[in-house]
Write a protein that binds this ligand. Sequence first.
Ligand code: SF4
Ligand code: SF4
Length: 181
Amino acid sequence: MAKVKKKVKTIKIDLDKCNGCRACEMVCSAFHATPKYSSNNPARSRIRVIHDPMRDLYLPVYAGEYTAAECMGKDKYIIDGKEYSECDFCRASCPSRDVFKEPDSGLPLKCDMCEDDPAQEKPLCVQWCLNDALVYEETEVEEEEKEEVKQEDVEIGVESMIDKYGLQKVMDTVARMAKKE
Ligand code: SF4
Ligand code: SF4
C-alpha cells in the first residue's frame, strides 16, 4: 500500500501555567457559533476547563471521540497534592456527563483544530491563551494510505441522537421527514 505524509497537530497542556481564565473556551465557542463569532457559550466549546479555585485546580481538556458507553469504574489520581477524578482527564463525549455535547441537539462535540482555517496560524485557543498553558506543535509522519471514511461522522451523530432521544423517537422523526419530502 502507498505511503502518504500526514501532518499531526498536537496541543500540549502545561497545567502549572493555566489560571482558569477560560479565554480558550470563549474563543472556541465563538468561532464555532453560527454565524461565526455571533455568540459565545462555553457549553459549546471544544475545550473545557475543569476549574476549582478552592483547590487551585485548573485543567483544560480537549473534546475527543464520542463513546456510547460510560466507564464501569473511575479511578482517582493525586498529582502534586491535588486530587483528580479519571473523568477530569477524559476527552470523550459520553452518556454520564454533559460536557462536549452541543447543548441544543445533544450531538457530540469534537476539537477540529479550528477546521484548518488558513487564516489561523495556530489554533485559536492557543492564540488566546496569554499564559502559554497551551502549546501548539506540528509534526509530519508517514503512514499507509487509507480510504477516507466520511460516513463515520454521520454514524456518530445518529448514535448519539439515539442515546439521547431513544431509537423509536429518532425513527419516527426520520419517517415524518421522509413523508414531507
Ligand atoms: S486560556 Fe489558557 S490560562 Fe486561560 S483557561 Fe484556557 S488554558 Fe487556562
Ligand atoms: S483547537 Fe480550535 S476547535 Fe480545538 S478546542 Fe482549540 S479553539 Fe476549539
